[in-house]
Ligand binder design. Structure first.
Ligand code: C2O
Ligand code: CU
Length: 545
C-alpha cells in the first residue's frame, strides 16, 4: 500500500454543449473531472482548492474511509464546506475496495459537473478474477442543463415545485449526435476486432436511473460498486445514480459498421417529470481497411422508460463472487433491525401558493422525518460533545404501520416532521435495514446510498415487507455487496452490514432532488473498546464552520 498526492482545483470553465456556451464548475478545468487511479489498499491525499464562487465539498463515493469520516465530504454531516479561496487536504483511504468508484461534489447541486471516476486496481502482482482486458475505458453518464444548475435548484426551492428536468444526458461529457450541435464532439470508443475491453461505468446523473446498451454487442457484468460479481451476460444494464459497474465488452461484430452505445432514463412514475432524451456514443473498429462507414450506426435495444421488471431483473442478477479467493461475510444474525419508510411528502404553503401538489411545497422523508441540515457538521458536534446540533431520535420503525404501497394512504403522513435526527449504532453490531418504498404523493424508485460501508443486499421485493415471510427468502449465500441500492417503486429492499467503522455516516437517496428535499438520515457508529476501533482525531485543516 502506498501514498500518493493529487491536486484538485475547483474552478469555473466555459463549455459548449447543445449549441450554447456556459460556465460550469469543474475540477482542474475538466468535465467530467480527472480519473483517480490507485491500487487496493492505497491512500490518496487530494489537495482540494476552492477557486470557485460558491462553497464546495468533495465526497469519495464508495471509499469506506475507515475510522476517518473527516475526509468523507457531505456538507454539514462530516465537515463544513470549503469556502471560496479555501483549501482542504482530504485523505481517500481504499481499504478493501477493488474496481470502479467515483468522486463528486457533495454541496448543493454542484455535483452535476463536479465529478469523476476512481479506479482501484488489484494489489500489484495480483490480477482480476476475469481475463485481463486489452484496455480499460471509463464511461461516465451525467446530465446537462442549458441554464446554470445552481439556479435550477434555487428556483425549485423558492417555488416549492419540481426542479426543471435536464436538457440532455451525456456520455463522458458529450450528449452525442441525436442532440443539436453535438455530432462532432460525440464520444467514440475505438476497438480492435477480437479484443475485450473493460468499461468502467459511473452514473453521475442527478435525478435519473439509466438503461444503457450497445447495438449488437453483449455485455458481461463483472463488478459493481468496487466489488466483483459473478460474471453474467446481458444486452442492457440498469445503472442508478450512485452505482458503478464494471462491464466487459468483446469486439466481436462485423467491423465495417458503426454501433451506437446509448443511454436513456428508466422512470416508472406517471406523475414525476423526467428528461426523456437519449444520449449516444459510437463504437467503431480500428483497421486500415475500415474507413468510417457511410451507413448510419445500428441503434441498440433499450427497455422502455417505465419497464420496472427490466430495471429490477437486472439488479436481481448481481451476485457476489463468494468463493475462496473472494469470500464474503454476510451477517447471518442481526443485533439491530431498522425499518425505514421512504416517502415523497409535502409541506403546506401560505395561501397554497407553492408549485407542488395543490399549492404545497415538495418534501421527502425517511420514517416521516424530513432531514434538515444543521449549521455545524454533525461529526464535529459529536466529536466535541456539542449540544443542540442534532438529536438521537431517528426512529427504528415507521411511526405508523399502514399499507405503504396501497392507494388509500394516511393523509397525516403526507406532512412529515422536520428534524436533524441520527441513529446511534453499537460498534461491531450487525445491522439490518429494511427500506420500504411508499406510495405517498408519488410511487417512485429510490437509489439509496450509505456512506462509510458497503452492504449486502439480502432481500428485495414488491409490496409491503412482511417480517415473518420475507426473511425466509433472504439470500445469505452470495448477495451483492453495494453502496447504493435501487429500492423499486412499490417495493422494499433489505440490507445487512457490520457496524465496524466508527464515525458519522450519511445515508440518503441519490436522486439529488430527493436528497435536497430531506430523504436522508445519519448513522453514528460508536467507538469500540480497542485502540484501533476508535474514531481518529480531526485533521488540522478541517474547514471552519
Ligand atoms: Cu454519492 Cu452522499 O453520495
Ligand atoms: Cu429518492
Amino acid at each position: 500500500a502506498s501514498l500518493h498526492r493529487r491536486r484538485f482545483v475547483v474552478r469555473e470553465a466555459p463549455y459548449k454543449r447543445l449549441c450554447k456556451t456556459k460556465k460550469i464548475l469543474t475540477v482542474n478545468g475538466q468535465f467530467p473531472g480527472p480519473t483517480l487511479y490507485a491500487y487496493h489498499g492505497d491512500t490518496l491525499i487530494v489537495d482540494v482548492y476552492n477557486k470557485g464562487k460558491d462553497n464546495i465539498t468533495i465526497h469519495w463515493h464508495g471509499a469506506k474511509q475507515p475510522r476517518f469520516p473527516w475526509s468523507d465530504g457531505p456538507e454539514f454531516i462530516t465537515q463544513c464546506p470549503i469556502r471560496p479561496g479555501g483549501k482542504f487536504s482530504q485523505k481517500v483511504i481504499f481499504s478493501s475496495e477493488e474496481g470502479t468508484l467515483w468522486w463528486h461534489a457533495h454541496s448543493d447541486w454542484s455535483r452535476a459537473t463536479v465529478h469523476g471516476a476512481m479506479v482501484v486496481y488489484p494489489k500489484p502482482g495480483t490480477g482480476y478474477p476475469f481475463p485481463k482486458p486489452h484496455a480499460e475505458v471509463p464511461i461516465i453518464f451525467a446530465e446537462w442543463w442549458k441554464t446554470d444548475v445552481m439556479k435550477v435548484i434555487k428556483k425549485a426551492l423558492r417555488t416549492g415545485g419540481d426542479p426543471n428536468v435536464s436538457d440532455a444526458y451525456t456520455i463522458n461529457g458529450q450528449p452525442g449526435d441525436l442532440y443539436p450541435c453535438s455530432k462532432s464532439g460525440t464520444f467514440k470508443l475505438n476497438v480492435d476486432s477480437g479484443k475485450t475491453y473493460l468499461l468502467r461505468m459511473v452514473n453521475a446523473a442527478m435525478n435519473d436511473i439509466l438503461f444503457f446498451s450497445i447495438a449488437k454487442h453483449n455485455l458481461t457484468v463483472v463488478g459493481v460498486d468496487g466489488s466483483y460479481t459473478k460474471p453474467f451476460a446481458t444486452n442492457y444494464v440498469t445503472i442508478p445514480p450512485g452505482n458503478t459497474l464494471d462491464v466487459l465488452l468483446t469486439a466481436n461484430q462485423p467491423p465495417k459498421r458503426h454501433y451506437y452505445m446509448a443511454a436513456r432514463a428508466y422512470s416508472s412514475s406517471s406523475i414525476v417529470p423526467f428528461d426523456n432524451t437519449t444520449t449516444t456514443a459510437i463504437l467503431q473498429y480500428n483497421g486500415p481497411n475500415y474507413p468510417p462507414s457511410s451507413l448510419p450506426p445500428f441503434m441498440p435495444y433499450l427497455p422502455y422508460y417505465n419497464d420496472t421488471p427490466a430495471a429490477v431483473n437486472f439488479s436481481r442478477r448481481l451476485k457476489s463472487l463468494a468463493n475462496k479467493a473472494y469470500p464474503i461475510s454476510v451477517p447471518q444474525k442481526v443485533d439491530t433491525q431498522i425499518v425505514s419508510t421512504l416517502a415523497i411528502n409535502t409541506f403546506p404553503c401560505p395561501n397554497n401558493s407553492c408549485a407542488g401538489p395543490n399549492g404545497s411545497r415538495f418534501a421527502a422523508s425517511m420514517n416521516n422525518i424530513s432531514f434538515a441540515n444543521p449549521s455545524i457538521d454533525i461529526l464535529r458536534a459529536y466529536y466535541n460533545h456539542m449540544k443542540g446540533v442534532f438529536g438521537a431520535r431517528f426512529p427504528s420503525f415507521p411511526p405508523l404501520v399502514f399499507n405503504f404501497t396501497g392507494d388509500s394512504l394516511p393523509l397525516a403522513l403526507q406532512t412529515p416532521k422536520k428534524g436533524t435526527q441520527v441513529k446511534f449504532l453499537k460498534f461491531s453490531s450487525t445491522v439490518e435495514i429494511v427500506l420500504q418504498g411508499t406510495n405517498l404523493v408519488a410511487a417512485i424508485d429510490h437509489p439509496m446510498h450509505l456512506h462509510g460501508f458497503s452492504f449486502y443486499v439480502v432481500g428485495l421485493g414488491f409490496g409491503n415487507f412482511d417480517k415473518n415471510k420475507d426473511p425466509l427468502k433472504y439470500n445469505l449465500v452470495d448477495p451483492p455487496f453495494l453502496n447504493t441500492i435501487m429500492v423499486p417503486k412499490s417495493g422494499w429492499v433489505a440490507i445487512r452490514f457490520k457496524a465496524n467503522n466508527p464515525g458519522v455516516w450519511f445515508m440518503h437517496c441519490h436522486f439529488e432532488r430527493h436528497l435536497t428535499w430531506g430523504m436522508d438520515t445519519v448513522f453514528i457508529v460508536r467507538n469500540g473498546k480497542r485502540p484501533n476501533e476508535t474514531l481518529l482525531p480531526p485533521p488540522p485543516d478541517l474547514p471552519a464552520c
